[in-house]
Design a protein. Structure first.
Length: 253
């Protein structure tokens, strides 16, 4: 039986029933009242976490026997664009991660180079805004290692991820601040559950930012930019879902 763990934070109020939670992101997007309830405590959550927890506090990690037998794919399952399909057909042999913005040394890293960087393996719980959770094993270099190699400039405050999947003709995007970017559990995963990351889970590279909800875990990462402000990114709220359907930028759990 698939192990699905209901996220506690989504069921603590009687105003949100189980049926609403399981309706998924589309229904959330269509219901402003639901979104208001869902995210009303997020800014307080951000302030409390920053005030009360050490910046390196770890999200819970689990044993291999606690891993979910099925880990469903969330969001885009295949970008299915000509460019992405061409890269996937050659197993991303010529794909490169671009790292730029406010950095001293812009980088262009092949998948082989990324796989050669010392990596972290972690078994963590993925909490989706749809109301389900699953435990999986992720493997890849810490984002902080790559940012240090690029030399983030003092003016930078955020890191923006541009992805291969398209929405309304524009690339998907997400962002986190430097506190989460340099957190030891924030990694760029190229393997999942002991195998190379599959297309449905974000190949060739997926962000894992373990102290935030699943929509912050950008898939199909193509480019990373250090920036001073989010004002010029999309509509200025820091991410695709934040701009489109008022998901909160900080999605801490």
């Amino acid at each position: 039986m698939t192990r699905l763990i209901t996220r506690r934070a989504l069921v603590t109020t009687g105003a949100i029933g189980a049926s609403a939670l399981l309706a998924g992101c589309d229904r959330v997007a269509e219901n402003p009242g639901f979104r208001k309830i869902l995210f009303s405590g997020e800014k307080m959550n951000l302030g409390l976490q920053r005030a009360l927890t050490n910046r390196h506090a770890l999200a819970p990690e689990f044993r291999p026997d606690q891993m979910s037998p099925v880990f469903r794919s969330n969001g885009t399952r295949n970008p299915n664009t000509p460019d992405y399909n061409a890269m996937a057909a050659e197993r991303f042999a010529h794909w490169k991660l671009q790292v730029g913005g406010l950095v001293a040394r812009p980088l262009s890293l092949s998948l082989a180079q990324i796989r050669a960087i010392p990596a972290r393996t972690q078994i963590t719980r993925h909490d989706c805004v749809e109301g389900w959770s699953a435990i999986g094993k992720w493997h890849g270099p810490m984002l902080g290692t790559i940012l240090k190699a690029a030399g983030v400039r003092p003016g930078a405050r955020y890191v923006v991820f541009t992805c291969a999947d398209l929405f309304h003709g524009h690339n998907y995007y997400e962002s986190i601040d430097l506190i989460d970017a340099f957190h030891p559990q924030t990694i760029l995963a190229w393997a999942m559950n002991g195998a190379v990351l599959g297309i449905d889970h974000g190949a060739p590279l997926r962000l894992r930012v373990e102290r935030q909800l699943g929509y912050k875990h950008a898939k199909y990462v193509m480019r990373i930019d250090a920036v001073e402000s989010l004002a010029e990114i999309g509509r200025g709220k820091g991410g695709y879902w934040e701009d489109q359907v008022d998901y909160d930028w900080y999605a801490g759990i």
